[in-house]
Design a protein. Sequence first.
Length: 390
Amino acid sequence: MVVAQKHIAILGSTGSIGTQTLEVISLHPQQFKVAVLTAQSNAVLLIQQALEFLPFHVVIGDESQYSHVKQALAHLPIEVHAGAKSLEYVVCLDEVDVVLTALVGYAGLLPTVRAIEAKKPIALANKETLVVAGALIMPLAAKMGVPILPVDSEHSAIFQCLMGESHNPIEKVILTASGGPFRSWKREQLAKVTREQALKHPNWTMGAKITIDSASLMNKGLEVIEAAWLFQVKASQIDVVVHPQSIVHSLVQFQDGSIKAQLGLPDMKLPIQFALAYPNRLEVDFPRFNFAAYPNLTFEEPDMATFRNLGLAFEALDKGGNMPCILNAANEIAVAAFLADKIGFLEMSDLISETMERGTFLENPTLEDYVQSDQLSRELATQWVVNNSK
Ligand SMILES: NC(=O)C1=CN([C@@H]2O[C@H](COP(=O)(O)OP(=O)(O)OC[C@H]3O[C@@H](n4cnc5c(N)ncnc54)[C@H](OP(=O)(O)O)[C@@H]3O)[C@@H](O)[C@H]2O)C=CC1
Ligand SMILES: CC(=O)[C@@H](O)[C@H](O)COP(=O)(O)O
Ligand SMILES: [Mn+2]
């Protein structure tokens, strides 16, 4: 069967997911072509990627680096753009078939909205988009007939478990969590942890923000909200189980009690490739899982009393409206402050919880409301950091 080559726009091509996406594309030149590459400030890598993959367009977020990128690519038929607004422009271009959102944080929201409005299928790594505005994104995607294909490993696992089951209601989705580098640690120990310790994820090599989120269990909290929107399940239908080996990527329980799981070595190239090639599975020689090498796959309850962020995310999901948007903005400020050594590890939860209490609640936010709510929550959270800095 001849399948048309898909033209991919990679938002955030210089990051962990972005660079792994380029590795996947390199393995399948017949199936995929890079149409757009974007970075925020890493102009050196963006230029290197553009020289190798020859996209139609590149975007550098930091406008002060525009002329440098432009000059470096002047001899090639590549259009160079700069600034956040350009992301909203390039995702809509005719040259683009699929948009892979591999940029980090709230910055993913507006480009994703514009891409959906332009009827571009989304391969979604940027979970913050659904956390902030799932109530807006999912109906918009349905209205435009646009698929949202999960890249996040747990959600890809659930998506794969649900294939062929569209007529069978979900009883529960069960998200696995590695537990991060501080699994089974107590509050006294967590009070003293350093940035370097928190950045050492036991199983995955990822960008700094998601690695801190994994350590604080906020990543799992964000994933609970992401799952609620992607699979249309209530908070009470989502369980989290700690599975330190990160081999079982997640599970679905159906109404007869049967549980399906998806397994594999912890390697994001698989869910990235699955989302890009969907509905096909492409032949590839990624290392295979060997049961004998993993005689013990273990499971335990998350410690939600110590790792408060997971509970805060469930609370935000239950409350609805703009509360997950407030949670997300506060968390982004908290992680940046922790990475800058301005606040301690445990204080991240204090900051998020107080910002959720102080933020203005909106039951049915519009897109403009989300934008404003994000901004106001950042201001509240930043003030908290100023008042509570080490
Ligand atoms: N890494 C992983 O394994 C997984 C990641 N995810 C999700 O995927 C997303 C990306 O994660 P990851 O690749 O680890 O992150 P990285 O920090 O490694 O990469 C982020 C990318 O986004 C760009 N970027 C940063 N800030 C902005 C901004 N304000 N506007 C536009 N672009 C920006 C960066 O550019 P520059 O390099 O120039 O700074 C970089 O290309 C996150 O939402 C994360 O939660 C989900 C599952 C697994
Ligand atoms: C690879 C991936 O999908 C990450 O989101 C991963 O799940 C992080 O691991 P934690 O389970 O520690 O949050
Ligand atoms: Mn994940």
